[in-house]
Design a protein around this ligand. Structure first.
Ligand SMILES: Nc1nc2c(ncn2[C@@H]2O[C@H](COP(=O)(O)OP(=O)(O)OP(=O)(O)O)[C@@H](O)[C@H]2O)c(=O)[nH]1
Ligand SMILES: [Mg+2]
Length: 310
């Protein structure tokens, strides 16, 4: 069984020629020179850390190098880690489960970002932690969306509430909450249809889902999380900003951090929007979802071998 950190790191490392590999090469060097700093800068840009964060790391490295010409790769890793920790302060989202009512987690986002897969993964992990989970198939729009989620819930032995294709997504959400309550569930995870933030009728549908949930529980949904495709890098910033402005988000889930070299983008996204990050997705299997932890992320990207327990 892989430890949380190893798995996390493995997930990020799959992001081939990725940050950990590129900067890792620099960090293992015994001694730095000016060209190494340029390499570092290039690697950080390539990994999509964004302009400000990259320049902060590079500037601090230059200052340290001026003072100490014997600066080692490991010292640079420490500088980079310190900058990331500072930038990411406050970025760790934690689900606080309600004691007296179903905790409602609603996943939203553009088409194909990973909502349905994440609904299943999250449901499975909550169940493994002993929670009573119900999943709601509120993507009544896309062909085969309901079947896709049902396939997952069958495999993972999760309970699901769904409607007919074309049904009102809000009505399914309403029924699902009722079912969660009557079946004694403590966790309700809602999968929604992919939508472009620029389509106002689809944004209205989300508002309606929230409105009907609030007929049952005025504090629901407790977590409206935007599922963002991490392989799109900082291109997702604008998308997230508009979802947040129009709908109001509680945080983010960043998926597909396995096949990408742009694993630094969540730093830029957090820097811009200051929305907490709850989970990271590393693959297509149920176990490929991890709670986001600043320390694990920083250590994984800067290759400092230190384990942080969950
Ligand atoms: N490699 C990788 N693939 C992922 C990850 N998460 C989701 N996928 C894949 O991305 C594709 C889209 O995932 P879905 O969960 O269907 O995305 P969605 O947001 O529900 O899509 P729509 O409902 O069409 O908007 C599928 O092929 C998933 O297997 C991840 O973390 N890593
Ligand atoms: Mg889907």
């Amino acid at each position: 069984m892989l430890s949380l950190f190893k798995k996390f790191k493995e997930g990020l490392s799959k992001s081939a020629k990725n940050i950990a590999d590129k900067t890792g090469g620099i960090f293992r060097r015994a001694k730095l020179d000016a060209s190494t700093i340029e390499e570092l800068e290039e690697a950080l840009y390539a990994a999509d850390f964004g302009y400000e964060t990259t320049e902060e790391i590079v500037e601090e490295t230059k200052v340290a190098y001026k003072k100490d010409k014997e600066l080692r790769g490991q010292d640079v890793a420490k500088i980079g880690s310190a900058v990331l920790r500072r930038v990411l302060e406050g970025s760790e989202g934690t689900i606080e489960f309600r004691e007296d009512r179903p905790t409602v987690i609603c996943l939203i986002g553009v088409n194909g970002s990973g909502k349905t897969t994440t609904t299943a993964k999250l449901g499975s992990q909550c169940k493994a932690e002993g929670r009573q989970v119900l999943v709601a198939a509120c993507d009544t729009f896309r062909a085969a969306a309901i079947e896709q989620l049902k396939e997952w819930t069958n495999r993972l032995d999760l309970e699901i509430v769904s409607g007919e294709r074309g049904a009102d997504a809000a009505a399914v959400a309403y029924d699902a909450w009722q079912a969660a309550k009557s079946r004694g569930k403590d966790t309700l995870i809602i999968d929604t249809a992919g939508r472009l933030h620029t389509k106002s009728n689809l944004m209205d549908e989300l508002a309606k889902i929230r409105r009907v949930l609030q007929k049952h529980d005025e504090t629901a949904p407790h977590y409206s999380l935007l599922v963002v495709d991490g392989s799109l890098g900082s291109n997702s910033i604008e998308q997230a900003r508009v979802f947040h402005e129009k709908f109001g988000l509680d945080g983010l889930i960043v998926t597909k951090l396995d096949g990408t070299s742009r694993g630094g983008s969540l730093v830029g996204i957090y820097r811009e929007l200051k929305l907490p990050i709850y989970f990271l997705g590393f693959g297509e299997k149920a176990e490929d979802l991890q709670a986001y932890q600043i320390e694990n992320y920083v250590n994984a990207v800067f290759g400092v071998e230190e384990e942080v327990s969950a």
